[in-house]
Design a protein around this ligand. Structure first.
Ligand code: RB5
Length: 145
């Protein structure tokens, strides 16, 4: 199961991504928000990330205006490695090399077509491990300082 959420700045793009997930047959849980009424993105990001960190959701997708606020919140949650991504190369390699578990996208930055390709790369690639495991372990060790 994929967890997906947005604030008002990402609402329209989230709907496009959800349509894409439906076409792919990918199961998801929608953590809101459910309209373009203004909300605070931390209120969406934190509950979603806690579900990803618990293992109940495999991966998360967060959409706000830029993707940046969501990524800042997400990376404060223990166990989360979030990446704000605007291109397919980064989407692919943040899975392969960083084992990112939350994808953040800017609804005011990328169009729906590119966003869906970004989602495809993110969902379609797995962590390579090897030398990257040591580096990811070092990222996670920062949480225990
Ligand atoms: C909301 O206006 C906007 O600040 C938010 O969607 C996001 O871009 C923050 O990083």
């Amino acid at each position: 199961m994929i967890a997906i959420g947005c604030d008002h700045g990402g609402y329209e793009l989230k709907l496009e991504i959800i349509k894409h997930l439906d076409e792919l047959g990918v199961a998801y849980e929608d953590f809101g928000t459910h309209s373009t009424d203004s909300v605070d993105y931390p209120d969406i990001a934190v509950p979603l990330c806690e579900v990803v960190a618990s293992g109940a959701a495999e991966l998360g997708i967060l959409v706000c205006g830029t993707g940046i606020g969501m990524s800042m919140c997400a990376n404060k949650v223990k166990g989360i490695r979030a990446a704000a991504v605007s291109d397919t190369f980064s989407a692919r390699f943040t899975r392969l090399h960083n084992d990112a578990n939350v994808l953040c996208i800017g609804g005011r930055v990328v169009g729906a077509g590119l966003a869906c390709q970004i989602v495809d790369e993110f969902l379609g690639n797995d962590f390579e491990g090897g030398r990257h495991q040591r580096r990811v372990d070092k990222i996670m060790a920062i949480e225990d300082r």
